[in-house]
Design a protein around this ligand. Structure first.
Ligand code: IVH
Length: 669
């Protein structure tokens, strides 16, 4: 091995270990900046020596688009589902059946696991490497979603056996899920964008796994718990519990809340405990799974036509409550979307007192025919967001009032419009004080400029006093001005001014996020900032240049371009810069070798040894540009397999066409 190869191998090993400690064990060994440094070095080396890129390198989690939908794949062994138990009696009956099937009277071990509410997935490893991830589908055939599974950071691309043997072919099974926090974040984003909301984390996880663009999946922070093995040979395992520990030793994430009992009554008690405890978990569970622990006994019991006889799901009762809609209030978000909220007579549901529920939009209200004064059934969608399930029409008195979205903004009286094809109503006044207020609140928030001491009340009084007309004005505030805020003492004023001063150093990533550009979340803002390094470059970036970045999709790209096409927005950036706000970010280093300076590439088709993003990164590092469409100005078209119309156009225009091999030769020179 030469020096470069051994450095690459060492970096991959370190990055895999840190990924494992961060995503599987939840015990990071180093901080994010150190991790980023290692990753940047690996990206740098792989860009210089692309022939050394391997599919299981930690840089390769996000690949290219899946062309033509997902392939259907037949499972090597069927993926069964489970029969259901809804009560203690059902579990006692299950215990009786198991006992008679095994002809045991005495002790019998059960293992109880959480029933994760996501979707079942089968992962296949050959010679330690992940080769496929397939959904359960109908149990016999599923969809090959490997490219999306690879984006889940807790899924090892390469197994990391800790003192245990690994069979050459191994199928492991588990549940892919979306954590509750991620589900909330995603729905918040969708609500702001006027898009339909996802009903619960399970649907959200399923939708995310079925994205044709792995970039989208990678932004969704999915996770996985493994709970079973399909095909395996040559491993000595006696109990299901041992199997879980074996999976753990291979580097998989298993759920640690499993317990072994030898009394069905203890099983029942453990299950009941989670009816309440589940609300404190960061992910949804919809029940518990009870399995006979001994693997040989599982074999003896076997399966009915549908389900295993050795396992059963204990399903929790869905928690609902009945209450009254006392009023419907319309609030305004940062993007001007009007969101109706039901003010409810307070009731306890799933671990907390609920006094309001989002009604999302007019369609939601109309579909369920929710009226002010109605008696309604509510639940928590995805165990988190209170939602109205249905109206108890029989409780109507005739006094109920039908709700209609106001035609004028409740804040500024501006005209409210519903855009065609969208669920959301919006205030059309670009100067609506609510938009401005919400925008300010966002600008100072933790993930943006993180200015402590600037709560909504303080901001509102600064705005009302005419002291803050745009976010740049925050940086012009004086001591005397801040002291005009009611109840503001000298010390707090001093603290506030120094928090504002400190925030100037936050960096371009936070500024970009803080500006509240539609669809631009924290992650995207930082990716863009790090890539372009300074505000001018971001302002001049084209949509294809932005899309060429990992994890930046077309919606984000177009929104950034549209934002900086508006003169007032350009002025605002200039004002911030003039006020001393740092508008730069440490940029990823460019290569000294500017082989492609002045050259424009178009990438098409599937490349064999690298993703298109990877190729784009190499081109940019070497000073070239990547564009989305072929024109006379295109210097090269890099064409992989199944290249389509772009290749035809290149041929027509006489643009030089490179295959992957030629491209690699060029960069090796
Ligand atoms: S075992 C043959 N264990 O529940 C036994 N399933 O209703 C196969 N699930 O399709 C399943 N957590 O998607 C098992 N700890 C767990 C589970 C679990 C969630 C899901 C899985 C399965 C469904 C059956």
């Amino acid at each position: 091995m030469n020096l470069v190869t051994s450095e690459i191998v060492e970096l991959r090993k370190q990055l895999d270990t840190h990924n494992y400690h961060y995503y599987v064990l939840d015990q990071p060994l180093i901080d994010d900046a150190q991790f980023d440094q290692l990753m940047a070095r690996l990206i740098e080396l792989e860009a210089l020596y692309p022939s050394l890129i391997t599919a299981d390198s930690p840089t390769q989690r996000v690949g290219g688009m899946v062309a033509g939908g997902f392939e259907r794949v037949t499972h090597l062994t069927a993926m069964r589902s489970l029969g259901n138990a809804f009560s203690a009696e059902d579990l006692l009956a299950f215990d009786q059946k198991v006992r008679s099937g095994l002809a045991v009277d005495g002790q019998l071990e059960y293992i109880v696991e959480l029933k994760i509410d996501g979707l079942a997935i089968n992962l296949t490893y050959e010679n330690n490497r992940l080769i496929s991830g397939v959904t359960r589908g109908d149990g016999t055939q599923g969809e090959d979603v490997t490219s999306n599974i690879r984006t889940i950071k807790s899924v090892p691309l390469v197994l990391r056996p800790d003192g245990v043997e690994v069979p050459p072919l191994l199928e492991v099974r588990g549940e892919v899920y979306m954590p509750k926090g991620e589900f909330q974040r995603l729905n918040r984003e969708r609500e702001e964008a006027g898009e339909a909301l996802l009903a619960n984390p399970r649907n959200a996880a399923a939708g995310s796994l079925r994205q044709l663009d792995p970039k989208v999946t990678s932004q969704r922070s999915l996770d996985i718990f493994l709970y079973g093995i399909g095909v395996y040979t040559g491993i000595e395992l006696t109990t299901h519990g041992q199997m879980l520990e074996y999976l753990k030793k291979l580097g998989f994430k298993i759920n640690s809340q499993y317990r072994v009992f030898n009394q069905i009554n203890d099983v029942i008690e453990y299950c009941r405990g989670f009816v309440e405890k589940r609300h404190d978990l960061p992910y949804d569970i919809d029940g518990m799974v009870i399995k006979v622990n001994d693997l040989a006994s599982q074999q003896i019991l076997g399966y009915t036509a549908k389900d295993p006889r050795w396992a059963i799901a204990y399903k929790f009762p869905a928690e609902k409550a009945i209450t009254v809609v006392e009023d419907i209030f319309v609030g305004l978000g940062r993007t001007g979307v009007l969101t109706p909220t039901a003010i409810l007579r307070p009731v306890p549901v799933a671990g907390s007192i609920i006094s309001r529920a989002t009604l999302h939009n007019q369609d939601f209200i109309d579909e369920k025919d929710i009226r002010i004064g109605d008696t309604v059934v509510i639940h928590k969608a995805g165990e988190v967001i209170p939602e109205v399930v249905s109206v108890l029409v029989e409780k109507r008195t005739g006094e109920e009032k039908i709700f209609v979205m106001p035609e004028h903004c409740p804040e500024c009286d501006g005209k409210v419009l519903r855009l065609e094809g969208q669920a959301a109503h919006k205030c059309t006044n670009p100067h609506c004080p609510a938009l401005f207020r919400e925008g300010l609140i966002h600008f100072v928030s933790r993930d943006a400029m993180n200015i402590d001491g600037l709560g909504p009340a303080v901001l509102i009084s600064l705005v009302e006093a005419g002291l803050v007309k745009n976010v740049a004005d925050l940086y012009k505030l004086t001591m005397e001005e801040v002291l005009t805020v009611p109840r503001m003492g000298e010390k707090s004023a001093q603290n506030l001014l120094s928090a504002i001063e400190n925030s100037k150093q936050a960096g371009l990533g936070r500024v970009l996020f803080g500006l509240g550009i539609r669809h631009v979340g924290v992650k995207a803002a930082h990716i863009v900032a790090r890539h372009f390094g300074e505000i001018m470059a971001v302002q001049q970036a084209t949509a294809p240049e932005l899309v060429a970045l990992d994890e930046i999709g077309i919606k984000i790209a177009e929104s950034i371009v549209a934002y900086f096409a508006v003169p007032e927005n350009l002025q605002l950036s200039a004002d911030l810069e003039a006020a001393g706000v740092k508008m730069t970010e440490e940029q990823q280093e460019k290569d000294e070798n500017q082989l492609f300076a002045g050259k424009t590439f178009v990438l098409t088709g599937t490349l064999e040894t690298m993703s298109r993003n990877q190729a784009a990164e190499i081109i940019e590092r070497l000073g070239g540009k990547v564009s989305g469409s072929v024109s006379k100005k295109t210097s090269y078209v890099l064409a992989g397999d199944e290249a389509g119309s772009k290749l035809d156009k290149a041929q027509k225009l006489g643009v030089e066409i490179l295959d992957e091999q030629q491209f690699k030769q060029l960069i090796a020179e």
